[in-house]
Ligand binder design. Sequence first.
Ligand code: NAD
Length: 367
Amino acid sequence: MKTYKICLLPGDGIGPEIMAQACKVLDALARRFDIGFEYDKQLIGGCAIDATGQPLPEASLEAARHSDAVLLGAVGGPKWDSTDPNQPRPEQGLLRIRKELGLYANLRPVTVFDALAAASPLKPEIIEGVDLMIVRELTGGLYFGMRERFYDEDGSGPDGAKGQRAYDTLEYREYEIERIARHAFETAEKRRGRLHSVDKANVLETSRMWREIVHDIASDYPSVELFDMLVDNTAMQLVHNPGQFDVIVTENTFGDILSDEASMLSGSLGMLASASLGDGVALYEPSHGSAPDIAGLGIANPLAQILSVEMMLRYSLDEAQAADAIHQAVAAVLAEGWRTGDIADADTPADHRVGTDQMGDLIVERL
Ligand code: NAD
């Protein structure tokens, strides 16, 4: 029997509540399939600051490094909000673990479960069957380039007027584009074999290089059909015809904006998982935050966390069967009409409105 070591970082707010459901699901998978899970639970975020003064204690980082995968809940809350730049902040823990593990690829799937099509702001016929993945480059591009803001003494304004100037630079090295593109091709190979490489090659030099590199390596992935699309057109196509997309790969800033746009297709934050991958241990977490407004009430939707477990099984542990089983269980529970508060509507009968724990139990029953 194969046993996987999972580093658990529940974090703050609803993090521990939804993480408990993820563990129940993992234990159920262990009973059904010939696999085992060993958990190493550690601190991150506000709870880590309270216990150790650090948002990411060394013990947490070490546990993450020595695991097969890291499963994170969420960090943050009003208790640790401070305008004092010298105070440690919960999100510093997140930024540090991503940096230390070298996580340069962010995967955000958008799956519209048929039963939830009405929750989308788009018409059901546009949204039906949407199942796409955005692969965003996470450690380069515009967010990490050289930037400066200064007062221009040379007077480069109209009629020699002095004033402020600022610039940000978008820079990529060949290896950075190649490694994210390979992740995207490999992801497309495991899905429906369609890859849209999104750029602004009609204007930007980095985009022209991006396009060349992506095309150069495409021959290594003969089962994947490659399409180029300009980022402005992609923004439009995501609401016009999202069903055409399988995998989208793009630059850091483009990916940040497009993944937020795409997240609204599903209509609920409580359903969206994410993965951050590098060349070693990867990290899986829901896309939402710690929801301090509902923490401790037992009403948080655990499905984004449970769908993060699905991604972990698929991308880090290569347990596709177990991953599929989670997906089917979530689809079945939703099709039967079970809803946490965030995805319920006026048509949801009172006896199908459930809390965090019950939703976890329903998924476990299906497994
Ligand atoms: P949030 O995602 O925590 O919450 C936004 C709204 O969505 C809230 O009304 C919340 O109740 C609801 N919500 C979120 N997840 C839900 C779920 N699983 N089930 C039901 N409802 C859910 O965003 P926010 O309120 O802007 O931030 C709260 C805290 O989380 C802040 O401290 C912020 O810094 C932090 N945060 C952390 C992460 C992370 O850990 N990756 C990401 C975003 C925000």
